[in-house]
Write a protein that binds this ligand. Structure first.
Ligand code: SAH
Length: 353
């Protein structure tokens, strides 16, 4: 079977060329073609015939196929369902902001974390995505914008907040980041990539050594052990205090923050006391809080708090001088909002929204 071209970072590509006695200058030509120009067919320009033949014989240039596209009717959110070579499906979301887009990438088919409030978790984990399947989501979404919203193909932020626990698939996610960061290709700034984790410590350990510049988001959701255990079962194995210890050891750049995501669920973690505990836990850290009102999905038992309650929660946090944002829900009419991604059930249920 051929290897995927999109599994190679720039250093890998140079090594492949060298090993096969080909001109290593082809690496920048290829990265420019596939990642800057986002060409989806094999490059045959400005590259020696021997290299063209080599890649044709040994590398595959196919990308995850777009199965379905859902465009929100109230904002410019677009949700893609991708079909992978083995038939599995994953979702990717383009989230609009100021005429640009953030892309929310999936890192696994399903997820092993089994968080009680998350639709993806209900699927269980099927498998990890490869680097090419992660990188392919961005290339395909970019090409879709170029074809369907010409002039709008500006994807300036990357967040690993789609399906899966990115730190549970560290190698593939790290390599995808290296490809996105490469100056020869997409050249995304390191501060424009955010990886969100439920607090998977083995991944955090590697993070500190290997990708400290990438932004980290922690799904926190409760400061209380019992409640967090209920919401995020891996809290039993990797408790919040240990997770925060690791995070505190990650060196941050100037003006770099750790984002703490806090999903607000009615009568579960939305009281003024909960806000106080959160403020006390994070005060003094380079923290940024993202409050995410719970998004319902078919079969979910939790509810979203009323607006007033959400605003009061934020007010308490303001007294701790921690920058806090209430995340606007986007794309919920196409089940593309946080926690609504579940490639198995999305389509049949989307009519309810
Ligand atoms: N596994 C990673 C990334 C995927 S979830 C993590 O846990 O961080 C990305 C964000 O969506 C997380 O903050 C998660 O807690 C949130 N989320 C999941 N389900 C949600 C729901 N039903 N409503 C609102 N946010 C949800």
């Amino acid at each position: 079977m051929k290897l995927s071209f999109y599994d190679l970072n720039f250093a890998d590509l140079e090594a492949v060329l060298k090993l096969n006695n080909l001109n290593t200058s082809a690496a920048s030509v290829l990265f420019n073609w596939h990642y800057k120009k986002k060409q989806t067919v094999q490059c045959k320009e400005n590259i020696a015939k021997t290299s063209i033949d080599f890649f044709q014989a040994h590398y595959d240039f196919s990308l995850p196929e777009i199965d379905t596209v859902h465009e929100s009717s109230h904002d410019k959110t677009v949700k893609f369902l991708f079909k992978l070579a083995d038939g599995h499906k994953v979702e990717t979301v383009l989230i609009p902001f100021h005429n640009k887009y953030s892309i929310c990438l999936s890192s696994q088919v399903g997820c092993a974390m089994n968080c009680s409030f998350c639709f993806t978790g209900k699927q269980g984990l099927h498998r990890n995505l490869s680097t090419s399947e992660i990188v392919g989501q961005l290339i395909q979404a970019w090409c879709w914008l170029a074809n369907n919203r010409p002039g709008e193909e500006r994807i300036l932020n990357i967040v690993f907040m789609g399906q899966g626990e990115p730190l549970h698939n560290f190698d593939a996610v790290k390599k995808a980041c290296e490809i996105f960061l490469s100056k020869h290709g997409t050249s995304i700034g390191i501060q424009k990539i955010t990886i969100s984790t439920a607090g998977y410590i083995p991944g955090l350990k590697r993070w500190r050594e290997e990708i400290p510049g990438v932004n980290l988001a922690l799904s926190l959701h409760s400061t209380l052990k019992e409640k967090r255990n209920e919401l995020i079962p891996i809290n039993k194995k990797y408790p919040l205090t240990e997770v925060l210890n690791y995070i505190d050891q990650i060196p941050l750049q100037k003006k770099q923050f750790v984002t703490y995501e806090y999903i607000l669920i009615k009568d579960l973690n939305d009281s003024a006391d909960d806000a106080k505990e959160l403020g006390e836990l994070l005060a003094g850290k380079s923290a940024y809080i993202n409050l995410i009102p719970f998004n319902a999905f078919p079969g979910s038992n939790y509810q979203q708090p009323e607006h007033d309650k959400i605003r009061q929660f934020k007010k308490v946090l303001d007294t701790y001088k921690i920058p806090t944002l209430i995340r606007a829900t986007k794309g919920d009419d196409v089940l593309a909002a946080c926690g609504q991604l579940n490639s198995k059930k999305t389509i049949q249920h989307s009519a309810q929204y």
